[in-house]
Ligand binder design. Sequence first.
Ligand code: UDX
Length: 437
Amino acid sequence: MKIAVVGTGYVGLVTGTCFAETGNEVICVDIDAAKVEKMRQGIVPIYEPDLDVLFERNRRQGRLRFTTELAEAVAHADIIFLALPTPPGDDGAADLRYILGVAADLSRLITRYTVVVDKSTVPVGTAELVHAALAEHLDESLFSVVSNPEFLREGVAVDDFMKPDRVVIGVEDPKAEAVMQRLYEPFVRSGNPIIAMDLRSAEMTKYAANSYLATRISFMNEIANLCEKVGADVDAVRKGMGSDTRIGKRFLFPGVGYGGSCFPKDVQALAHTAGQFGYNFRILEAVMGVNTDQRFRVADKIEAYYGSDLAGKTVALWGLAFKPNTDDIREAPALYTIDRLLAAGAHVRTFDPEAMENVRAIYGDAISYHEDQYEALEGADCLAIVTEWSVFRTPTFERMKEHLKSPVVFDGRNLYDLRRMVEAGFYYDSIGRQTVS
Ligand code: UDX
């Protein structure tokens, strides 16, 4: 099939590449000419595991091409995916200017029947707005609008795309539904469902799924905070709870709050949508409030430990990305931690396997960056762990102690066994467990 993907961010690039991988002919469009030139030369502009191999194979074999010209893509494609940014405005509503702008352009460019697919996460009712923008200069028989939300996790996005738990398709026109079924069949051969529904329900499904997952995290963070007070161990509680198949084991890990490009934005947007419809979505307000506080949890613990002595102390920070296996620092808890530490007059030495350059672009010389996780500990008064990269899971504790000025660890991701930390001679404060020393 002939496909265009407009927007080559995480979602657009993964979508375009994975569709090319099943034999479709894909053109990706972006207004950023420098980025398009790089991609033509085979440079993948983001870090996403496994993407480079698929990208290179399909690019070399001519199934994955790049352009800055929307007209070229429209002439090529029978299906056009919109994978454009929907940043939150000041009031929390998703800003639809990019999507509706491209829809207006398509209205003038499309000349034969084309399926236009909203891939971006957009508020309920957006497909109707896209429809109206397309209908401006275009006969309604020449297009269908489909909502096809993505459920890709950064770091495993290629795997999530190639083997989705489900594909949700909002579609109200049988012709477009048949096209989408055919396109996605290769991805659900194991028997996972393609779930077709009306447009508004598909748009709602995405927000409901992400908001529910964010709710689980805020809920567990509150359970963890309470565990600390009552003397329980959240790791045990988590396992005890998660073994109930109605609850399930996944996505119950407490930590330093959720971050990234999706959860904070989507929870806010759903709360905003509710407000627009005169509904006070009380749970979501609480989910956001808990997360705002939890992002400072590690910084709070460090502040409580040192009190007014924190000024002039040096804190080593392991992990900057909002989660492992990505260089993405959008809404990363590490940034909130750094801000708080700098405001208190502390020095910060950082290490992250992928995200240091992105952080350097924000903080410059205000903090230091180290190529080695042990080097980051050199002369530091304590270590704070904010992202659970695998490489932090089994460190050499003796080496850590050699580099740290004192063996003090604040762990926002519960990476280590409490008993082992006592044996290794650390002061160890984690989330939802007793502080040991
Ligand atoms: C998420 C959704 O999972 C995906 O389906 C959606 O399409 C986009 O948003 P992503 O933002 O890549 O994906 O990250 P995810 O792995 O879901 O983690 C989100 C945040 O929750 C991270 O900050 C992570 O650290 C946090 N988290 C996750 C927890 O704190 N505890 C958990 O148990 C799981």
